[in-house]
Design a protein around this ligand. Sequence first.
Ligand SMILES: C[S@@+](CC[C@H](N)C(=O)[O-])C[C@H]1O[C@@H](n2cnc3c(N)ncnc32)[C@H](O)[C@@H]1O
Length: 285
Amino acid sequence: MTADRILDRLDQLARDATLEAAERWHARAEALDWIDRVWPVLAHDAEAGAAARAQALRQRLELADAMLHRRLRAAVRANHGPAVFRRWQQEAGLIDGEGYDALDELLAGVLRLADPGPDSRPLEPEMVFYQPTPARHALDMLVRSGVGPRDVLVDLGSGLGHVPMLASLCTGARAIGVEWQPSHADAARRAARRLKLERVEFLVQDARDADLSRGTVFFLYTPFLGTVLRDVLDALRREGMRRPIRVCTFGPCTRIVGDEAWLHTDGPTTADRVAVFRCVGQGSG
Ligand SMILES: C[S@@+](CC[C@H](N)C(=O)[O-])C[C@H]1O[C@@H](n2cnc3c(N)ncnc32)[C@H](O)[C@@H]1O
């Protein structure tokens, strides 16, 4: 894009007062993204004052986002999470792919997820480092696995905890995060406390040692592979022999979980969609 076209677009965005409307968070995310992309041109090659105008626009958009996040946090604290959830779900957009989008930024702003910082405890071989499930996939998982207020969702390797928090605030389910990294679990606890999510807890534990007996829905965004995954799948199978459970997966572990003879699904089993498995004999998934 030439400097002239960038300046035209900047003027157009700066004149667009509707960008500050709460529901235009998607358009704001696009505009902020665009400013970041063209910043080198604005800062060095465009006319004097262009960078300052872009900076002022950035501040306006960020302020509108901050106000929306505050309003949504208040709605969640007042137990209106499911209504927020229906909106998000309608606006979630394209499902496929592992990339992040505006919904992830919105969710991070509402939950006030902290930067995880350096790991507080080294991962052992076969354990996978923190990476969050894109929000649209987490919402897709909640809908397709039918999580409801009577469920207990267990996120095995819960990182900063946005999946258990989302599950609880959206559906009223109880939710438990099991996480190897103490620093991640601490940050998750703080975020849940700020939102008054009383049905969410975070445990610092190796998933192999976790008590799985309370869970009805288990989520794994490829937190570990190899023998660690094997041990956890064996423990889940023992639970599945006692009572119906659902096992939801995302990422490369889906292929391995899909080979378990005690689980079946009628839905997608590609790595870039959440797969929802049920115990054999438990109906379709
Ligand atoms: C790919 S991230 C998934 C994070 C989260 N479930 C989500 O979907 O946003 C994997 C997480 O599993 C954790 N982890 C790895 N091995 C673990 C283990 N044996 N027990 C518990 N957590 C583990 C990592 O520290 C990391 O936070």
